[in-house]
Design a protein around this ligand. Sequence first.
Ligand SMILES: NC(=O)C1=CN([C@@H]2O[C@H](COP(=O)(O)OP(=O)(O)OC[C@H]3O[C@@H](n4cnc5c(N)ncnc54)[C@H](O)[C@@H]3O)[C@@H](O)[C@H]2O)[C@@H](O)CC1
Ligand SMILES: Nc1ncnc2c1ncn2[C@@H]1O[C@H](COP(=O)(O)OP(=O)(O)O)[C@@H](O)[C@H]1O
Ligand SMILES: [K+]
Length: 496
Amino acid sequence: MREIEGRIFAAGMPVAALMEKVAKLIASRIEALYPSTNTRRVGVLVGPGHNGGDALVVARELHFQGYEVVVYRPISKLKELTSQHAQYADSLGILCYEQIEQLQDCDLIIDGLFGFGLERALEGPIASAINQLNEWSKLVISIDLPSGLHTDTGEVLGTAVRPARTFCLGLWKLAFLQDQALEYVGTAELIDFDVPLADIWAVLGPPKLKRVTKTAAIAYLPIPRAPVTHKYKQGHLLLICGSHKYGGGAILSGLGARASGVGMLSIAVPEYLKPLLLAQLPEALIIGCPETETGAIASLPDIELASFSAIACGPGVTKDATSVVEKVLASDRPLILDADGLNILAELGTIPTLSKRQAATVLTPHGGEFKRLFPLGDPTKDRVQLVREASKLSGATILLKGARTAIANPSGSVWIVPESTPALARGGSGDVLTGLMGGLVAAASSKALPLEEVVQSAAWWHAQAGILASQERTELGVDAYTLTQYLMAVVREGVE
Ligand SMILES: NC(=O)C1=CN([C@@H]2O[C@H](COP(=O)(O)OP(=O)(O)OC[C@H]3O[C@@H](n4cnc5c(N)ncnc54)[C@H](O)[C@@H]3O)[C@@H](O)[C@H]2O)[C@@H](O)CC1
Ligand SMILES: Nc1ncnc2c1ncn2[C@@H]1O[C@H](COP(=O)(O)OP(=O)(O)O)[C@@H](O)[C@H]1O
Ligand SMILES: [K+]
């Protein structure tokens, strides 16, 4: 952002003019959301840099709109432009305090302490003031970033403001897409101040980090179908799932795969599950497999793996299905591995095993599985960086599940699903994703859709179904079976 901003300034845009433009946009959003009729007294936290400058321009605008504005300015040494705005605010009679307590009776607090220029951990009186503010549980909104968060990793540097809403300026800062920052940012809104595309490209090159949008996700679904086609042209998925311990995962993945519209669906399960699966998924070919003593799938009988368009393996298989996982890894079919399929891969040795694969592999770990597969660092920290590194090392597409699921590809690109719902944090919802993605990857062969795009489509679709279900049924009403029943509605709304 700093480099992009630098290009804009070098091209002739005055720094002060940009600050004015940005702050006016913020002020008008505040006026729309919190009219002065109900929000009388506004406290503005002003830091030493241009985040503070923005805040002072907002303070001035709100003052002229009839709000009663007071400022808290804990650091007296200000950048020049910020200092000029501070002087002008003083001249208008806007009161300025060095103690946050003076803002305790405000209806709204605007946080302009630090933006992307925060360099080191907050400590001392500023940190105490932020902690105090958080204890008041007041309505707070942050400019650009909650003060205290690292703009890229989203890590809390010492302490951080917890606003109800954050106006992110210009381009989404990476922090907004990192799980660890989400409990801080509140509702995130982008304030678009017309950053020229040419400057973005000049600094970042072709986009390597992408937010999955509805348009991109829908574009890579296998629709519309060719008018003349047949079931084998629409892909054939082999789903390998289930055990005595975990039977339901097979049904959930099967229902996820059904929603993908895949032409043919074969499901390999332990023999005992066959009648149950047949009852739930009459259209599927159910392959009953011999079982280990522990009730896992022991082997895949008489199956020609090469005849499938894709294989998805893992939900509910348990760690005793090693030989099956070895067999699918050795096949030349696109493979999606999930759940214990991943734990088995980790035991086999992730990177040496994957280096022998001849076809594309997609791994869909949650944080715990990721750590076992790739002991690279803590996946609750800078997830985007970690998942990118894991994909580079392994040559596989890695989908790291979470509140902001991140998908990295061997090409170096990372996709992030920018919207989801904690309603999905529930046993079985990942199984649905595996089936859905498996079906889409298999069906993609009919339209020669690239794997990278298909995986992001699946992740988006899954998250949107969760959102839709939780809107209708509350966050408590999205069990994994219900989730499968909402998949179709997402696409119907998307293509309308
Ligand atoms: N392109 C953009 O995104 C635009 C950004 N603007 C604003 O400019 C901000 C960035 O401005 P700056 O680069 O001045 O950075 P900040 O305003 O984020 O803060 C940097 C200042 O804080 C000091 N500082 C850093 N860490 C500290 C710590 N731990 N304790 C005490 N002081 C510390 C630095 O010495 C520096 O003076 C953005 O966040 C945004 O609000 C807008 O004015 C215009 C457009
Ligand atoms: N807090 C959250 N917000 C949004 N999505 C979530 C959240 N927690 C989990 N999810 C999603 O729910 C699914 C859980 O999958 P997983 O952990 O494999 O569960 P299971 O193995 O029980 O099916 C993933 O798609 C994940 O991204
Ligand atoms: K801020």
